[in-house]
Design a protein around this ligand. Structure first.
Ligand code: FMN
Length: 405
């Protein structure tokens, strides 16, 4: 779909805040309007110090709103009407100040109130001086917003108004526009669908204090859960222990062992439209679990732990699923991951396999990026190095497309 097809007739609220980059959003407003969208501009008071409302008004053919208590929208509760009617809200540029207020759920001006009152997707494009951007306060606020499903168009590196060179410059208008289009097109792609995502490692007990586990961080699975939720799905996240905060609005079932994970997934499987198996499930577990802490004194200088095979959770799911339930598997291998994924596709009757070569430095456990290959009956699609959040979005788009077939 081209940009005009995606934007024509859509109602977009454009929030403009007090950054030197505010002049760039004049061009953004013009582009969105020219593509056929109705663009309602809302400016913070600070933003009006940088650019005048009349400029936006002339380009969008609509009055610009600034003051909550003098709103020009004559409907009752005009202060929340824009948030309710918006199909997407984009705050560009977003200052450190507005990011902080949004992260805290404040409603002290019209932009913050509109965002708080919306159920539409929210896109923010931060712009600020490098130190402000890198400050832990800003980064924590950004992380909180992301966890709630706010789409962040990361600022770019380059010369800044302050004279510094570094990250903080407003992303290109093409990128912001693409994020708006993506938010509009994916926000209902999985509406009414139930999706289960497994994530993280499993933990196999040796005794009450020791265990065998793996280095899975859970980041991929959590990103998929969040992307599926953003696409309108009802999401259940079955997760081994991780250091991550689960996305809001997702049902979380914490588990420890591979057997726990299998039980949890099978219990809810009949209701599911799709199962995404992103967890790193241990292949083996200690054959015997000591109910008391194994004493060094008793074990001596060598300790042998015999391991036994865990159930093949994926196989159990394939056997138990309804024919329409789509199953996505992951194959992490040190080399030849794609060939292994193709084998998994054939032998296990999985619908889609995400192959991940963990010997590739951009795909190591715990990193925020990944280079994966989608393997399905449609063919093999190798993706470039991407943020895990972006891999998750593309996976969700694939899932939506398959479910719609
Ligand atoms: C010349 C000038 C440029 C500024 N540029 C930025 C900026 O790029 N990003 C930012 O976060 N704040 C910037 N500020 C500070 C904000 O304007 C200030 O924090 C303000 O309270 C933001 O309010 P708002 O978020 O409601 O628009 C700038 C201030 C001045 C005076």
């Amino acid at each position: 779909m081209n940009v005009s097809d995606a934007l024509r007739g859509r109602f977009i609220v454009l929030g403009v805040t007090g950054s030197i980059a505010a002049y760039k959003s004049i061009e953004l407003a013009r582009r969105l309007t020219q593509a056929g969208a109705t663009v309602q501009v809302v400016m913070s008071r600070s933003a009006t110090e940088f650019v005048r409302p009349i400029t936006f008004q002339a380009l969008t053919y609509r009055p610009v709103e600034v003051e909550m208590f003098q709103i020009q929208d004559e409907r009752a509760a005009g202060h929340v009407a824009m948030g309710r009617e918006a199909e997407v809200i984009v705050v560009a540029p977003a200052t450190a100040h507005v990011i902080s207020r949004l992260a805290n759920g404040m409603a002290d001006d019209l932009i913050a109130t509109t965002v708080l009152a919306t159920s539409a997707p929210v896109v923010i494009a931060p712009a600020m001086e490098t130190h402000m951007w890198q400050n832990p306060a800003t980064q924590e606020n950004i992380a909180r917003l992301r966890a709630r499903g706010v789409r962040v168009v990361d600022p770019e590196s380059g010369p800044l108004a302050s004279g510094d060179v570094g990250p903080g410059r407003l992303a290109s208008l093409e990128k912001i526009e693409a994020a708006v289009v993506d938010a509009l097109s994916s926000s209902a792609a999985l509406a009414g669908r139930r999706v289960i995502v497994t994530a993280g490692p499993t933990v196999e007990a040796i005794d009450p204090v020791r265990f065998v586990s793996n280095r899975s961080s859970g980041k991929m699975g959590y990103a998929i859960a969040q992307a599926a939720r953003d696409a309108g799905a009802e999401v259940t996240l079955v997760t081994g222990p991780t250091a991550l905060r689960a996305p809001n609005g997702v049902r979380v079932i914490p588990v420890e062992s591979a057997e726990d994970m299998q039980d949890a997934v099978l219990a809810v499987l009949p209701e599911m439209d799709a199962v995404v198996m992103a967890a790193a499930i241990a292949d083996y577990r200690p054959l015997e679990v000591s109910h008391r802490k194994i004493k060094k004194r008793d074990a001596g200088s060598e300790l042998t732990i015999r391991m036994t095979e865990n159930p093949d959770v994926l196989k159990a799911i394939i056997a138990a699923r309804r024919p329409k339930t789509i199953v996505v598997g992951f194959k992490a291998e040190s080399g030849e991951a794609t060939a292994e994924a193709e084998r998994m596709l054939r032998e296990k009757k999985v619908d889609l396999v995400i192959a991940n070569d963990i010997s590739d430095p951009s795909s190591v456990f715990g990193s925020d990026t990944d280079r994966v290959t989608f393997v399905s009956a449609d063919g093999v699609e190798a993706l470039p190095v991407l943020a895990k959040t972006e891999v998750a979005r593309r996976l969700v788009a694939k899932l939506a497309e398959r479910l719609a077939r």
